[in-house]
Design a protein around this ligand. Structure first.
Ligand code: URA
Length: 430
C-alpha cells in the first residue's frame, strides 16, 4: 500500500477500507508516514467527508494506538459523559456526584481547558490539595468505594489522537465533523465505560455553530458508539450564552457546589437533571426514565448529591475550609449597562475569551492559570436590564484590563423588544 494512492482515493471521493485506515494510522504513529502526507489526507477528508464505516474504522485505529482502560473490576454499569466544550461548562462537577449519589458508577477521565473553553481538570485542581493524577488502580478502587473518580487522561490513551489533533490544529482541518467524531469517540471508548452520554453544544461558544452540524456530529458519534456495543445518546444543548452565571475555575466550583445544594442556575440545573436521568436509567439504577428523574431530584433535595461531591473532593485530597473565603482577588469590577431593555444575546465566545485574558484559561498549553479570576454574569438572555444596572462582575488580579472590560461589555446585546428565554436542550439523538 502507498500513502499517495490513498490520498488520491480520498481526494477523488472514494471511501477508504478498514485495512487502509489501519495502515494509515499505524504508519503515521510510527513516523513512517510524514506529516505532509497526513496533512494532505486530512484536507481531503475535510472536503470529501467519511462514511459511517470509515468513521468507525478511523475511531478504532486511533483507539488501538494506545491503552484501553479495563473497568471490568468495577461492579455495575459504568456511565460516562462528554461535553464538546463550552464556556462556563461545569456540568461534570455537578453531574458526576449527582448520578454517583443515585448509585451509578462514574469513572471519568477529563481534559484541560484550551482557548476560550475551560476544562474540568483545571476546575478541580483549583481546589487546594486536590489531585487528578491518580494511578489506574487507585482510580478503580475509588470508584468501587465511593462511586466516582475524576482523573486526567494519561499520555498512553489514544496517542494517535494527540498527534492528529496537533496536526489538524495547524492545517485548518479541526472543523471536519467525522474527524471530530472519531477524535472524541476514540477517547471515550478508551476510557472503558458502558454508557456514554454526549453533550453536543451549539452556538458562538462551541465547536458546532448550527443545529445541522450538531445533528450530523451527534449521529456519527452515536453510530460509532453503537458499532462498539455501547449505549450512546447525544444531547444537543445551547452554548450561545455561557452555561450558568460563572466562568472561571473557583467561581465555577462554587456554582457547582451551590447547584448540588439546590441553589444553582436554572439552565445548569435543568441540564444536569435531564442528562443525569438518562445516565441513571441507562446505568441500570431505575426501571424507567421517569423514576430516574424522581431519584435525581430527591438526591438534589436531600443533600446526598452535595455530600457525594464533598466525598469526591476529599477522596482526591482536596479541601475547601470555607466557601465564603474560597475565592480571593485583588478587585471585583462592575460592568454596567448603558441602556434599559431586554438581554438579547450574551456572546459566549467573547465572555470565554474575556475570562481567559483575565487568567482563567490558557492561550497556549504552557500558560499558567489563575484559579481565582473570572467573570460572573449578572444577567442571562431574556432578563430585563435597567440603565446603570450591573451586567457582569470581573474577578481580577491583573493591571490595565480596560480592553477586557470593553470586550465583556460588548458581549451583551440589549434590545427594547421582549426576548424569550432560550431552551437549554434542543434535541436528543439516540
Ligand atoms: N474535542 C476533541 O476531543 N476532538 C476534536 O477533534 C474536537 C473536540
Amino acid at each position: 500500500m502507498r500513502m499517495v494512492d490513498l490520498i488520491e482515493k480520498k481526494r477523488d471521493g472514494f471511501p477508504l477500507s478498514k485495512e487502509e485506515i489501519i495502515f494509515i494510522i499505524e504508519n503515521y504513529v510510527n513516523k513512517i508516514i510524514p506529516d505532509y502526507q497526513m496533512s494532505s489526507l486530512l484536507m481531503a477528508i475535510y472536503f470529501k467527508g467519511m462514511t459511517t464505516e470509515e468513521s468507525s474504522a478511523f475511531t478504532e485505529a486511533i483507539l488501538n494506538s494506545g491503552e484501553i482502560i479495563d473497568l471490568s473490576v468495577i461492579k455495575g454499569i459504568k456511565v460516562d459523559k462528554h461535553s464538546t466544550g463550552g464556556v462556563g461548562d461545569k456540568t461534570t462537577l455537578v453531574l458526576g456526584p449527582l448520578v454517583a449519589s443515585c448509585g451509578a458508577k462514574v469513572a471519568k477521565l477529563s481534559g484541560r481547558g484550551l482557548g476560550h473553553t475551560g476544562g474540568t481538570l483545571d476546575k478541580l485542581e483549583s481546589i487546594d490539595g486536590l489531585s487528578v493524577n491518580i494511578e489506574i488502580e487507585d482510580f478503580i478502587n475509588q470508584v468501587n468505594e465511593i462511586g466516582i473518580a475524576v482523573a486526567g487522561q494519561t499520555a498512553k490513551i489514544t496517542p494517535a489522537d494527540k498527534l492528529l489533533y496537533a496536526l489538524r490544529d495547524v492545517t485548518a482541518t479541526v472543523p471536519s465533523i467525522p474527524l471530530i467524531a472519531s477524535s472524541i469517540m476514540s477517547k471515550k471508548l478508551a476510557s472503558g465505560s458502558d454508557v456514554i452520554v454526549l453533550d453536543v453544544k451549539i452556538g458562538e461558544g462551541a465547536f458546532m455553530k448550527t443545529i445541522e452540524d450538531a445533528r450530523e456530529l451527534s449521529h456519527i458519534m452515536v453510530n460509532i458508539g453503537k458499532s462498539f456495543g455501547k449505549k450512546v445518546v447525544a444531547f444537543i444543548t445551547d452554548m450561545s450564552q455561557p452555561l450558568g452565571f460563572t466562568v472561571g475555575n473557583r467561581l465555577e466550583v462554587k456554582e457547582a457546589i451551590e447547584t448540588l445544594q439546590g441553589n444553582g442556575p436554572a439552565d445548569l440545573t435543568e441540564l444536569c437533571i435531564q442528562i443525569g436521568s438518562y445516565m441513571v436509567h441507562s446505568g441500570g439504577i431505575t426501571e424507567t426514565l421517569v423514576d430516574a428523574t424522581k431519584l435525581i431530584i430527591e438526591k438534589l433535595n436531600n443533600g446526598e448529591a452535595y455530600k457525594k461531591q464533598m466525598e469526591l473532593i476529599e477522596a482526591q485530597g482536596g479541601k475547601i475550609d470555607n466557601i465564603d473565603t474560597f475565592i480571593n482577588v485583588k478587585e471585583i469590577i462592575e460592568v454596567k449597562s448603558t441602556e434599559t431593555g431586554y438581554i438579547k444575546n450574551i456572546d459566549a465566545l467573547a465572555i470565554g475569551i474575556g475570562a481567559m485574558k483575565l487568567g482563567a484559561g490558557r492561550e497556549t498549553k504552557e500558560d499558567p492559570i489563575d484559579p481565582d479570576v473570572g467573570i460572573i454574569l449578572n444577567k442571562k438572555v431574556g432578563d430585563t436590564v435597567e440603565k446603570g444596572e450591573v451586567l457582569a462582575l470581573l474577578y481580577n488580579n491583573k493591571d490595565n484590563i480596560e480592553e477586557i472590560i470593553q470586550e465583556v461589555f460588548a458581549a451583551f446585546k440589549i434590545t427594547k423588544e421582549v426576548v424569550e428565554r432560550l431552551p437549554i436542550i434542543f434535541e436528543i439523538i439516540t
